[in-house]
Design a protein around this ligand. Structure first.
Ligand code: C2E
Ligand code: CA
Ligand code: CA
Length: 677
């Protein structure tokens, strides 16, 4: 997985870590050695300075106190101090050591002895002596030493000492003078060589230990870090490629799959077998409502449940992904358009099956768009766009699923269109571009208008009159939904007042989405308007779709009851399409059941639908509520409905939704419908 590999661990990390630890160890060891060396050197040279000072004092005292010319005595003393006793006892002092010494060791010892030959220069001057003694210091060195010491201009000082370095060898010198004698002592310093030797001996072992500890530490640390980083990377790569809620892969997977598909073979080839596949874009229809009414944890539960159901309905090769809030994708390789349709139908059915959350059956429904690979897009992006466009079209048409139509660019322009519309929603309300059209409801016994349904229309300045399909869901997803609800209520109540003033009593039904009922101030708002316009509350009816009522039972029932108590009527819209609970209908004391037009359209030919209508009628009889058959388009349907005992009908057969002026005209003249043409 190319994209995923970008998140894979950095293999050179271990190497770099080892190098870093070794460098640190090396640095620490070096600092340690330098400090120890400097310390030992300082201590050694300090003690050498003290020693030479004492030796010079001894010689000087001898000069002062001697009662005969002191030359021999001085020489004797010098030899005693420097030449007879080797400055540092060495191994050959032990007889066993010598016995076991090999040739090489003997040679080493000889050179050591040569090196450890004392190099001493003593110069004495006074009234009875002016002499120098030189042991093993060559002339050039001596000259240089004296020149360097003389540069120090020590005439006035009774005692001075210091170090000088000539040809890499350090010398320590001491000058003592009083009124009679001046003594200059130069001795090759041993502290430097010996300190170095000591430091190398003692510290090399320590350094090796430190170094190995560092190597061990580096290896342990790097392997620990490596494991840690690997674990983190795995989590990161899982997070980047999977949805944490459902555990499903996300869009990255799709990109990887599509990009790694073999290129389609040459169409002229004998073995041409097009690479096929389908991408389904699934979007839940009422997920936002679930989230808003029941809270996010209920929404999450729903998503998990739907994801599991979809997953179990798919085959092994088909990959389900979650790409956003309520958006899923399914990649199904190697299936044809016909098979895709079957799969989509099955998935729509799965999403329509209610999910039990908090002991409530919640049904969101879904719209699915299908895009075929490679016809509707040969890369992940275009394929997803095509599937999304088809999905939006399915949502708009409430058709469940739809295959992308590559012939018309309808979908594409639709998306842009919707974006422009969405941005104009605020203006639509403030500039009163939204109006109510009215569609009559007919009393099937008398043919008279028994009421009207107010249906929103948007008189868009550029687009003309737009039906609710274009803007209701946009409104519901926007922040204007509650303002829109109040707007519609005001329109309806002021219209009721107008008709009342004309002496007409015609109830108006308005459509509410559950979002409107979530508006906490709506009840008071309606109450005040009714009072203001002096309109009896029973002239107003609220239509709620069946799916909305079943979904929001607990949360909206209190609000609905409050509206009912005010005297406002309540209708269940699109009856038969959702999962109304009977006890709910009776509990809320519903006034009207509106049978969905899908059952009316083919009532003359579809016996199952006819049976559903019969049941709805029986139900409304039992609960003493009115029945309205929606979508009545012809006389045959009217006759069947009349025969079945249905009270009211609404549909194009009688009248299409019309403007205020048109309906007012109809009402004024007490026209019965349908109008004779
Ligand atoms: P609905 O409540 O089911 O409204 C009836 C729809 O069926 C109306 O579509 C109406 O024009 C259409 N219709 C009526 N008779 C026939 C017929 O004989 N044949 C056919 N094919 N259709 C018929 P419309 O006006 O486009 O409204 C669509 C939906 O938009 C409504 O469905 C309703 O759910 C929603 N809607 C309309 N106005 C509002 C509103 O103010 N607020 C809210 N929240 N939703 C609204
Ligand atoms: Ca309605
Ligand atoms: Ca309806």
């Amino acid at each position: 997985m190319s994209i995923i590999f970008e998140l894979q661990r950095d293999k050179s990390l271990r190497k770099r870590l080892i190098m870093a630890c070794l460098s640190v160890a090396l640095l620490v060891s070096t600092i340690y050695i330098i400090i120890s060396y400097r310390l030992a050197l300082d201590l050694g040279s300090q003690s050498e300075l003290i020693a030479i000072h004492q030796q010079a004092q001894l010689l000087h005292a001898e000069l002062v106190e001697a009662d005969h010319p002191p030359k021999e005595r001085i020489q004797e003393l010098i030899e005693l101090i420097y030449l007879r006793t080797p400055p540092f006892p060495i191994a050959e002092n032990t007889p066993q050591g010598i016995a076991h010494t090999s040739d090489t060791r003997r040679k080493n010892k000889q050179s050591q002895q040569k090196n450890s030959q004392p190099k001493v220069y003593v110069q004495v001057s006074g009234p009875d002596i002016d002499h120098f003694f030189n042991y093993h210091i060559d002339n050039t060195t001596l000259k240089k030493s004296l020149a360097l010491i003389n540069q120090k201009r020590l005439d006035q000082q009774p005692s001075q000492n210091g170090f000088i370095k000539i040809h890499g060898q350090h010398y320590i010198w001491q000058k003592l003078s009083d009124n009679h004698y001046t003594l200059l002592l130069i001795v090759a310093a041993r502290s430097f060589d010996q300190t170095l030797e000591l430091v190398i001996k003692r510290l090399s072992i320590t350094s090796i230990i430190v170094f190995w500890i560092a190597v061990w530490l580096a290896l342990t640390l790097s392997s620990w870090m490596n494991k840690h980083v690997q674990k983190k990377n795995e989590i990161l790569s899982k997070l980047a490629t999977h949805d944490p809620l459902t555990g499903l892969p996300n869009r990255l997977y799709l990109m990887d799959i599509i990009e790694n598909l073999p290129p389609p073979e040459d169409k002229d080839s004998l073995y041409y077998a097009p690479v096929k596949g389908c991408l389904f874009s699934i979007n839940l229809d009422r997920f936002k409502e679930v989230n808003d009414t029941f809270g996010h944890s209920a929404g999450d539960q729903l998503l998990i449940e739907i994801a599991q159901r979809l997953q179990s309905a798919l085959s092994k090769e088909q990959l389900l992904m979650r790409t956003g809030g309520d958006e899923f994708l399914v990649w199904a390789p190697g299936i044809s358009a016909d098979e895709a349709e079957l799969t989509a139908t099955a998935m729509v059915q799965i999403c329509n099956t209610p999910v039990m959350i908090n002991k409530l059956a919640i049904n969101t429904g879904a719209s699915i768009g299908i895009a075929l690979y490679p016809d509707h897009g040969s890369n992940a992006e275009t394929l997803t766009i095509s599937a999304d466009i088809a999905m939006r079209e399915a949502k708009r048409q409430r058709s469940g699923w739809r295959i992308f139509d590559s012939q018309s660019h309808q979908g594409q322009s639709d998306s842009i269109h919707r974006l422009t519309l969405r941005s104009a929603l605020g203006d639509a309300l403030s500039q009163r571009q939204i109006v109510l059209y009215y569609q009559p409801k007919i009393d099937l016994q008398t043919g008279q208008i028994s009421g009207v349904e107010g249906l929103a229309r948007w008189n868009h300045p550029d687009e003309g009159t737009l039906t609710p399909d274009y803007f209701i869901d946009l409104m519901e997803q926007s922040g204007h939904v509650q303002a829109f609800g109040r707007y519609i209520v005001r329109e309806a109540i002021s219209q009721l007042s107008n008709w009342q003033n004309m002496g007409k009593v015609v109830p108006i039904a308005i459509n509410f989405s559950p979002y409107n009922l979530l508006d906490p101030g709506l009840l008071t708002y309606v109450k005040n308007l009714l009072q203001h316009y002096n309109v009896p509350p029973d002239r107003l009816e609220i239509e709620l779709t069946e799916s909305a009522t079943s979904m929001n039972v607990q949360n909206i029932s209190e609000r609905l009851t409050a509206f009912k108590q005010l005297g406002i009527k309540l209708a269940i819209d699109d009856f038969g399409t959702g999962m109304s609970s009977l006890s709910y209908i009776s509990h809320l004391n519903v006034d009207t059941i509106k049978i969905d037009r899908s059952f009316i359209t083919d009532i003359d030919s579809n016996s199952a639908h006819k049976t559903i209508v019969e049941s709805a009628l029986r139900l409304s009889n039992a609960f003493h509520c009115k029945t309205v058959a929606e979508g009545v388009e012809n006389i045959k349907q009217v006759e069947i409905l009349q025969e079945m005992g249905c009270d009211h009908a609404q549909g194009y057969y009688y009248a299409r939704p019309m403007t205020t002026d048109e309906i007012t005209h109809l009402l004024k003249h007490n026209h019965s419908l349908p109008l004779a043409t």
